[in-house]
Write a protein that binds this ligand. Structure first.
Ligand SMILES: Nc1nc2c(ncn2[C@@H]2O[C@H](COP(=O)(O)OP(=O)(O)O)[C@@H](O)[C@H]2O)c(=O)[nH]1
Ligand SMILES: [Mg+2]
Length: 436
């Protein structure tokens, strides 16, 4: 028999209220045995909740959602207890004495919703992202994905392919004597349009992942340029150690900023120079690696003459910034985007504005159904590879074309979890919190 899972679904205790959720065939029995029976479906009622010996645990609101019209598609019960640790503990202890009831694993409820066809895999991922969302941009992107935007797009793309496939197969089975063999013009045009759409989604996927994972910024520059001071000033706290001794920062220190609703990670790095010891050398190596993988580098120098030293490390769109701009009131020198001072605050709001604009641009670039995870990107890339093979196959290769179209449809089916899903499920649902 399927176990009935139970877990607190709301946040850390103590709290005003704690929602405990149960799903599975014995969910109704939890209410029968501990809460005086099942109320009418989807109606909140106030009841005394009692342990097996009849002792009062709490007074609680209870709800009953019979299958299939529930979050998981199974019988579900909710008990809104007062959020005291001992209250919740006593209730769970009592519930776990009921046969077939077990504690839910992480993501257990959502996994059942997926297994019962209540949501596709991309929607489940959207829900996980929504729960994790800390910024407005993350929330917007996640709620759309949870609402099915990506799932619907992936299904539509797949339908286009299946239609084209039907046509290609008809051509194989009943070749038209008057036409050259291979993809018909209509099918070819449809596949070309689809390939364009997929390419546009791939192009926008980096922006979508910036929204989800945050824009990654690295501050780089020679020792003592004021990198750690700048990080602390941006963070508004002492995240990194500041000292006049060059070579103080040895590891990458990262802070996250919520800039106008967008997530930005700023990393402070070890100063780039010939290292004095092995630990510092490792710090420099990490600094270079972090700078390389960042979306944006802020090259910081306190002497314009040092600009040449950092130039080889920066890329198009990166920022050249002069630090310690309190020492004289010079205008921003040629070749620099900004001059900042952590002592007087000069230029700091301008720098934050640039970072927030970059992050917002990333959010705005997103298409209606963004590919937010590497998993989606890989599926679309595989589909595109198969499509370009199909489009470039020689005319007589009808069977091969059909096979490539099938492969492309299969790759797109992975986005929603319609095919090839087993290997991702445990990993995905394992990342959820308990009670979700
Ligand atoms: N005058 C002035 N000194 C600064 C400023 N920012 C940092 N410093 C000083 O520069 C030295 C090195 O700073 P730090 O942030 O550790 O530099 P890092 O090695 O690049 O991380 C410290 O003595 C700081 O007090 C600034 O805006 N103005
Ligand atoms: Mg430092």
């Amino acid at each position: 028999m399927i176990p009935t899972i139970i877990a607190p679904a709301s946040g850390a205790l103590p709290a005003g209220v704690c929602v405990v959720r149960a799903s599975g065939p014995a969910a109704g029995r939890v209410l029968d045995e501990l809460a005086g029976g099942r109320p009418p479906p989807r109606r909140a009622v106030l009841r005394g909740v009692r342990d097996r010996a009849g002792g009062l645990i709490d007074r609680a609101l209870i709800l009953w959602f019979p299958a299939p019209a529930s979050f998981t598609g199974e019988d579900c019960a909710e008990v809104h207890l007062h959020g005291g640790k001992a209250v919740v503990e006593a209730f769970l202890t009592a519930a776990l004495t009921i046969e077939g009831v077990a504690l839910a694993p992480p993501g257990g409820f959502t996994r059942r919703a997926f297994d019962n066809g209540r949501m596709d895999l991309s929607a489940a991922e959207g829900l996980a992202d929504l729960i994790e969302a800390e910024t407005e941009a993350q929330r917007l992107q996640a709620v759309r994905q949870m609402d099915g935007a990506l799932g619907r797009a992936a299904d539509a793309w797949r339908d286009t392919l299946i239609d084209a496939l039907a046509e290609a197969e008809a051509d194989i089975d009943f070749p038209d004597e008057d036409l050259p063999p291979g993809l018909g013009t209509r099918a070819r045009r449809r596949i070309e349009t689809l390939a364009d759409t997929l390419r546009a989604h791939l192009a926008a996927s980096e922006a979508a992942r910036h929204v989800r994972d945050g824009l990654r910024v690295a501050i780089i520059g020679p020792p003592n340029a004021g990198k750690s001071s700048l990080l602390n000033a941006l963070a508004g706290r002492e995240a990194a150690i500041v000292s006049p001794i060059p070579g103080t920062t040895r590891d990458v220190v990262e802070v996250r900023l919520n800039l106008d609703g967008a997530l930005v990670w700023v990393a402070d790095t070890a100063g780039l120079r010939e290292a004095a010891d092995q630990i510092e050398a490792e710090g420099v190596r990490r600094a270079l690696a972090r700078a390389e993988e960042a979306d944006l580098r802020v090259a910081l120098v306190d002497d314009p003459a040092d600009a040449e030293k950092v130039k080889p490390l920066i890329q198009k769109g990166d920022l050249m910034v002069l630090s310690k701009a309190d020492r004289d009131e010079r205008a921003t020198p040629d070749g620099f985007d900004l001059a900042v001072s952590t002592k007087t605050g000069r230029g700091l709001s301008d720098l934050l504005r640039v970072l927030s604009d970059r992050a917002a641009a990333a959010a705005a670039q997103s298409v209606a159904a963004p590919l937010t995870r590497l998993r989606h990107v890989e599926a679309v890339r595989d589909a595109l590879d198969a499509l370009s093979r199909a489009l470039h196959a020689p005319g007589e290769a009808g069977e091969l074309i059909a096979e490539d179209l099938r492969l492309a449809a299969r790759a797109l089916g992975r986005i929603t979890g319609r095919v090839d899903v087993e290997n991702v499920l445990d990993r995905l649902f394992g990342q959820f919190c308990i009670g979700k």
